[in-house]
Design a binder for this molecule. Structure first.
Ligand code: FAD
Length: 412
């Protein structure tokens, strides 16, 4: 590790004041970095948590203040020069400078790209100039959607991934009539097994959401400039007052690409978060890192925190390499889903039933435990997470045996 004194007089610039950028800056100071730290974000708010945007915040259960990752004074206390409402428009790697939208130029010794991702938009041939079509990424997005949620209004949710399903749950809870369409054969197809899809389909239907799978969007119709109807791929049409699209995200790589950095489904980094330029690192949603012989991009809070912290250690001279420990959660109605691991490549699902409301699905490839989806079962989640992180795989008959206390699996 470098000694802290050697960092004095340096400047580290972070582009993107989100979860990963925040985590990087906070850890860099914890590790004793003495140089200048400039955190630049194009949103109005200081760094905040995004997950509640499609959950408790959209429901009106928590305030904007509670989303903040730290109180405003934290940044001054930690000598983090936080610049909100500031957009970086260019990077000149040769000069080691960045340019802001207002023309300001800032020099760096180390540059961190923590630019996150942007929702995929519906094709403009579908959405045109119509008002009443929303996406879900920022406080501004959630604030724009919230007034639409009134009892009796009709919403079309396009996309049955986590964002679409969470938005549908909040809308239904607020009395909105929801139709949710998913172009793939089943909701959550990209990320979960058929059993988890079945669980959430039933959950939504039991709350009155009209879930239609294998159905795409063919056209949107409007009245007085606002969306008023949707024609679906099976030829049926639904009347709508507004639309929420949750059809995936794409990493924000434009700045990196223009600066000549290697990008391929994200900004390519090595195990220490370094890009193809040795003075530039990338972290969080926007970065694609080495894993199991390939490259992976993760879109989760846990990864953004860990990746940011590892990059900070790396700046301080640590040669620790990034070992992702994927975990994720989703809240829908009274169900808390917790996911440990990555299920890619599974061939067997083992179900473990808890009491009436709890259940977990364990993903195996051969005898190797890859991942778990735990619904209202924090114990299954916690045990599975520890097993997966330790590279241990319990026998499937032990997992499905409801008379076995799961904690026993940690002892063997
Ligand atoms: C509605 C919603 C719900 C979610 N729920 C969950 C969940 O339940 N569990 C979970 O683990 N994850 C969840 N996620 C994902 C999680 O929030 C993200 O993976 C995480 O925020 C990624 O952090 P990041 O710092 O990489 O990106 P972000 O948090 O997106 O931060 C990037 C920031 O960079 C800014 N920026 C981009 N370009 C520039 C530029 N040129 N100049 C200045 N600033 C720029 C962006 O505006 C943004 O503020 C959710 C995300 C959303 C949107």
């Amino acid at each position: 590790m470098r000694d802290a004194a050697s960092t004095s007089g340096e400047t580290t610039i972070v582009i993107g004041a989100g979860q990963a950028g925040f985590s990087f800056c906070a850890r860099l100071r914890e590790l004793g970095y003495l140089g200048n730290v400039i955190l630049i974000g194009d949103e109005h708010h200081p760094p905040y948590q995004r997950p509640p945007l499609s959950k408790a915040y959209l429901l009106g259960d928590i305030s904007l203040e509670r989303l903040s990752l730290r109180p405003d004074e934290f940044y001054a206390d930690q000598r983090i020069d936080l610049r909100t409402d500031s957009r970086v428009t260019g990077i000149a790697p040769g000069d080691r400078t960045v340019t802001l939208a207002d023309g300001t130029q800032l020099g760096y010794d180390t540059l961190i790209l923590a630019t996150g991702s942007t929702p995929r938009l519906l094709p403009s041939s579908l959405s045109g100039e119509l008002a009443g079509i929303y996406y879900m990424r920022s406080v501004a997005d959630a604030d724009a959607i919230s007034p639409e949620f009134a009892a009796g209004r009709r919403c079309l949710v396009v996309g049955g991934g986590y964002i679409g399903l969470e938005a549908a749950a909040v809308a239904a809870k607020r009395g909105v009539e929801v139709t949710l369409i998913e172009a793939a054969e089943r909701i959550l197809q990209r990320v979960a097994c058929g059993q988890t899809s079945d669980y959430f389909r039933e959950l939504h239907r039991s709350h009155g959401v009209d879930v239609r799978e294998g159905i795409g969007l063919r056209a949107l119709g409007g009245k007085d400039g606002r969306v008023s109807s949707a024609t679906l791929s099976d030829g049926t049409s639904v009347d709508v007052d507004f639309v929420i699209a949750g059809i995936g995200i794409q990493p924000n790589v434009e700045l990196a690409q223009a600066a000549g950095l290697d990008c391929n489904n994200g900004i390519r980094v090595d195990t220490r978060c370094l890009t193809s330029d040795s003075a530039i690192m990338a972290i969080g949603d926007c970065a694609s890192f080495p894993r199991n012989g390939g490259h992976l991009r993760l879109e989760s809070v846990g990864h953004a925190i860990d990746h940011g912290q590892l990059a900070a250690a790396s700046v301080m001279g640590s040669d620790e390499t990034y070992q992702a420990k994927p975990w994720f959660w989703s809240d829908q109605y009274d169900t808390k889903l917790q996911i440990a691991g990555l299920s890619t490549g599974y061939d067997t699902i083992v179900e473990r039933k808890g009491d009436t409301a709890s259940r977990s699905f364990w993903y195996y490839a051969g005898n190797t435990l890859l991942a778990v989806d735990a619904m209202n079962d924090p114990r299954a989640y916690m045990v599975a997470k520890r097993l997966i992180e330790a590279g241990r795989s319990p026998p499937v008959n032990a997992v499905s045996d409801i008379n076995l206390d799961l904690k026993e699996l940690l002892k063997t």
